[in-house]
Design a protein around this ligand. Structure first.
Ligand code: ATR
Length: 277
């Protein structure tokens, strides 16, 4: 049996085994998928042991996405630009390949699952860390009207603009700012990628930030409505979404890379949602 896994630390509560096992049943692919704990200072060794013991591919989560980026022998163009890898596999060429599927996961959840388009919209992204860097390219591919990256540390947002400025499509703009610069501006799509919400915190956002019909997306999720989504609902958002769909869709894209078949995510997502309650 082909062996797959997710590496992280901690990893015990990862939903990836459940998701991929469901995909495998649904598509009748014979494979195993397990959660593997790697020591924080020994990701490469853990990965090597796995690959030497029937491992065909793996997902990488916190805190190893940077290590995976460095360990991969070949990178897809989007992984190169994202500076992180969440999907590794041994390819036909004998090389260990790395890709990132987080951004595709976010965009598929928005556009396919939620029917929230990005094309022609004014998009605001909050945060400029690793999570945000992974989603900018697939968002730009949707041809939004504009993308603004707002961050506490403005220089980090500016650095992201520099990395992605060559990918900005015709008629779209990409810019960076601080939270205080958002005063007086309005957006149709606001995506929260700050780690602030993990601590129940919120970046300082102006009250009038959301345009009529604005849709808001929090990359994190939980049993309760997230702090950011509560703020959004209180400030006129027409729709709020959390990151559970992104989790399932990034897994589906990894599965497609490994197995060449596209799993259907509807039921898996509904099951996970029900379990959160
Ligand atoms: P991740 O991989 O989750 O993106 P990261 O790379 O450490 O983690 O990035 C964390 C992001 O959350 C950054 O944009 C950070 O802002 P700074 O670049 O200014 O540090 C943001 N962040 C974390 N705590 C925050 C807070 N309390 N308020 C606002 N932004 C915060």
């Amino acid at each position: 049996t082909d062996r797959y896994a997710v590496f992280g630390n901690p990893i015990a509560h990862s939903k990836s085994p459940q998701i991929h096992q469901a995909f495998a049943r649904q598509t009748q692919q014979l494979l195993s998928y397990e959660a593997l704990l790697a020591p924080v200072d020994a990701f490469a060794q853990s990965l090597r042991a796995f690959l030497a013991d029937q491992g065909r591919g793996c997902n990488i989560t916190v805190p190893f996405k940077q290590d995976a980026f460095e360990t991969a022998e070949q990178l897809t163009a989007r992984a190169q630009r994202a500076g992180a890898v969440n999907t590794l596999w041994l390819a036909e060429d004998g090389k260990l390949w790395g890709d990132t599927t987080d951004g595709v996961g976010l965009v598929r959840d928005l556009t396919d699952n939620q029917q929230v388009g990005i094309s022609g919209q004014r998009v605001l992204i909050l945060g400029a860390g690793g999570a945000v860097r992974g989603v900018i390219e697939p968002i730009l591919e949707q041809k939004p009207a504009s993308v603004v990256i707002a961050n506490r540390t403005v220089s980090k947002a500016e650095a992201l603009v520099d990395i992605f400025k060559d990918l900005v499509p015709e008629g779209c703009t990409l810019s960076a700012c601080g939270f205080s610069d958002l005063e007086g501006r309005q957006f149709d799509r606001v995506i929260n990628g700050t780690a602030a919400s993990l601590a129940g915190d919120l970046p300082p956002l102006p009250d009038s930030l959301l345009a009529a019909n604005a849709a808001c997306y929090d990359m994190m999720y939980g049993a309760e409505t997230t702090v950011f989504n509560r703020w959004a609902l209180g400030h006129g958002a027409a729709k709020v979404m959390d990151g559970l769909g992104m989790l399932v869709e990034q897994a589906a894209e990894s599965f497609r890379i490994w197995r060449g078949v596209q799993p259907d995510t509807t039921e898996v997502l509904a099951d996970l949602r029900a379990q959160l309650k």
